[in-house]
Design a binder for this molecule. Structure first.
Ligand code: C2E
Ligand code: CA
Ligand code: CA
Ligand code: CA
Length: 279
């Protein structure tokens, strides 16, 4: 037993070291990715559920690694948050997305909205509203076309300060959406205090919508709650037509998900959604 214990310790120790090493390596690669412009933005369309018209896009961070290829945000956003790189990463993604949207809206008559994810850590910086205002000015994007997606975790550590920061953002003319709604804590307590424009029903409630009466009831309740507070309600993670049908019947305003489209590059997005409009 003693021997096995020793081996087990050795095994875990080695695993831990490998894990730590891999993380240190990834951190240094992320730092050079920032320097070498390897971060990019993918776009997932958002549709009006009644008319099925394109109303907006969500910008989603991607890392085009020279050897490893496309790296999803779940591998580098939490790391960036941990290592204090999220301000740089967030500002790169926001700048690129605003630039792209300003160009698209400049070329097209139908104006669409750009949703960008904001990390809780970004909300902690005093200069947040100032730097976002700078980005809007340099890219030329109309503030009304920018929507920032926050999560309940943004509000948890210092609610008073978070509300203050969000009000500064609202003062710029930006809209605010509560992402992953219903998955965090104290959702209802914050709803009346935060200057929100939109609720985003989390994918976990949409997943079982057509099978599970509880999920259907939750979606219906969130839609009613959102509407009674004058908020737009969008559902995320729709993978099947039937989910779109049910949510539309329930009065949900907008939706996004693989059923409509996966996140794609700017080039592909323009090809899919704007090409036919041009002559
Ligand atoms: P999120 O904000 O909840 O974004 C939705 C995620 O669900 C995206 O994953 C999207 O590709 C995926 N998704 C959309 N529709 C479907 C569907 O029908 N089925 C399934 N299975 N998945 C769907 P992605 O792009 O990997 O992003 C993961 C998370 O990383 C995001 O979750 C967000 O929390 C974070 N993230 C992404 N970009 C940024 C960013 O620029 N800044 C910050 N702070 N976080 C970001
Ligand atoms: Ca989001
Ligand atoms: Ca979400
Ligand atoms: Ca989610």
């Amino acid at each position: 037993a003693k021997k096995a214990g020793g081996n087990t310790f050795h095994f875990y120790n080695r695993l831990m070291n490998q894990d730590t090493l891999a993380k240190i390596q990834l951190e240094s690669e992320l730092r050079s990715a920032i320097q070498q412009d390897q971060l990019t933005v993918y776009y997932q369309p958002q549709f009006d559920l009644k008319t099925r018209k394109l109303v907006g896009v969500e910008a989603l961070a991607r890392w085009i690694h020279p050897e490893k290829g496309l790296i999803p945000p779940c591998t580098f956003i939490p790391l960036a948050e941990e290592k204090g790189l999220i301000h740089q990463v967030g500002s790169i993604i926001l700048t690129k997305a605003c630039q792209q949207m300003a160009q698209w809206n400049g070329e097209r008559e139908a104006q669409i909205a750009l949703a960008v994810n904001l990390s809780a850590k970004q909300l902690n910086t005093p200069e947040l509203a100032g730097s976002i205002s700078d980005i809007l000015h340099t890219t030329g994007l109309n503030a009304q076309h920018l929507e920032l997606e926050i999560t309940e975790s943004c509000v948890l550590s210092d609610p008073e300060d978070a509300i203050h920061k969000l009000e500064q953002l609202k003062a710029l003319g930006i809209r605010l959406a509560m992402d992953d709604f219903g998955t965090g804590y104290s959702s209802l307590a914050y709803l009346k205090k935060l200057p929100l424009d939109k609720l985003k029903i989390d994918k976990s409630f949409v997943d079982g919508l057509e099978i599970n009466p509880e999920d259907a009831a939750i979606c219906q309740a969130v839609i009613a709650l959102g509407h009674s507070l004058n908020l737009t309600v969008i559902a995320e993670g729709l993978e099947h037509e039937v989910q779109a049908t049910i949510l539309a019947e329930q009065g949900c305003d907008q939706a996004q998900g693989y059923f409509f489209a996966k996140p794609i590059s700017a080039e592909n997005f323009a090809r899919c959604y704007f090409k036919k409009e041009r002559k």
